[in-house]
Design a protein around this ligand. Structure first.
Ligand code: ZN
Length: 317
């Protein structure tokens, strides 16, 4: 076997968040046609879950003004789970009407970040989760509803975030109707020991509802934190092509963990992702064409694949 797509069933789900997390945090707006080309290229590389847009008022995030058009395009791609970020009921309704398969809600464990990001307290956001769960049952009972606990590992506005606050909030979100609840290192404060501790507690408290790890690379620990989460049984990871990303309401936040590097890590470990690395690297072309001058990050795309690399196989000398 040489290089090429892996045929083993994926053992891990890489959820691409660049078209949402990435694009909302760069100043320029990617034209819709470029977004669609980029999403098509990500799908062609084997990604099967993409967070394609955020349903927020266009006056707050003009980069996301075409959210409904982007969703309507993405749902035509075979086998793709199309995810949309929704901060409130209005956004959830628009996303479901456009045909999104899955909604994701940011619920911040930091009071200060919650007010800055969605102008609601964490407790008010749990009530929003309950209302959206209800709306989902009425409009699209087959759609998924996931919550990402933002600033779960620390906050640029509040500083330390008590682990008890994070876990309590996760339990409340499940009780309010979320299918799964993941943990987000929105501003890159996390370390692997903390990631292990918090995901272990999360699994103890909410079992099979424990969701994705969403790591940022602000201090270079994104990949190490993903590996720590993997060791604790996490099997869904958010990542962003070229490491685009951040948070417009969290000063100092920088890019997500780089999809290319994360996929390389898993494939090199013998963990199948279903993603073809050369095609994934090729998906940078439409990204860069749509955002001229915007820096992209990542080591794998620069270094290339090691000689003799076989995807999905942990090679032994
Ligand atoms: Zn993020």
């Amino acid at each position: 076997m040489s290089s090429g797509p892996t045929h083993t069933a994926p053992a891990v789900l890489i959820s691409e968040v660049g078209p949402r997390d990435g694009l909302q945090s760069v100043k320029s707006t990617m034209p819709t046609a470029d977004k669609l080309r980029w999403i098509d290229a990500l799908h062609a590389a084997g990604l099967r879950e993409i967070e394609v847009a955020s349903f927020v008022p266009a006056r707050l995030l003009p980069q996301m003004a075409d959210a409904a058009d982007v969703v309507r395009h993405a749902v035509q791609l075979p086998g793709l789970a199309v995810m949309a970020l929704v901060p409130n009921r209005k956004g959830a309704q628009a996303a479901l009407e456009a045909g999104a398969h899955k909604l994701t809600m940011p619920v911040s464990a930091s009071h200060a970040h919650s007010l800055a990001n969605v102008r609601k307290t964490p407790t008010e956001m749990v009530e929003e989760v309950r209302a959206i769960a209800q709306l989902r049952t009425e409009l699209a009972p087959g759609a998924g509803l996931e919550v990402g606990i933002s600033t779960a590992f620390g906050c640029t506005l509040q500083g330390l975030v008590p682990e008890d606050d994070v876990i309590r909030l996760a339990v409340q979100c499940v009780e309010a109707g979320a299918d799964d609840v993941g943990l987000s290192d929105t501003v890159g404060h996390a370390n692997p020991a903390q990631v292990r501790r918090l995901f272990r507690r999360l699994r103890t408290e909410i079992g099979g509802h424990a969701g994705a790890a969403h790591m940022h690379n602000t201090r270079g620990l994104g990949i190490a934190n993903c590996l720590a989460a993997w060791d604790e049984g996490v099997r869904t990871f958010d990542a962003s092509l070229g490491g685009l990303g951040g948070c417009p309401y969290a000063p100092g936040a920088s890019g997500n963990v780089v999809t290319e590097d994360l996929v390389f890590m898993f494939e090199a470990m013998g963990v199948a992702t279903g993603i073809d690395i050369p095609r994934l690297v090729a998906a940078r072309a439409p990204l860069m064409a749509g955002l001229p001058g915007e820096p992209v990050y990542g080591m794998t795309a620069e270094a290339g694949l090691p000689l003799g690399f076989v995807p999905g196989t942990s090679l032994q000398a």
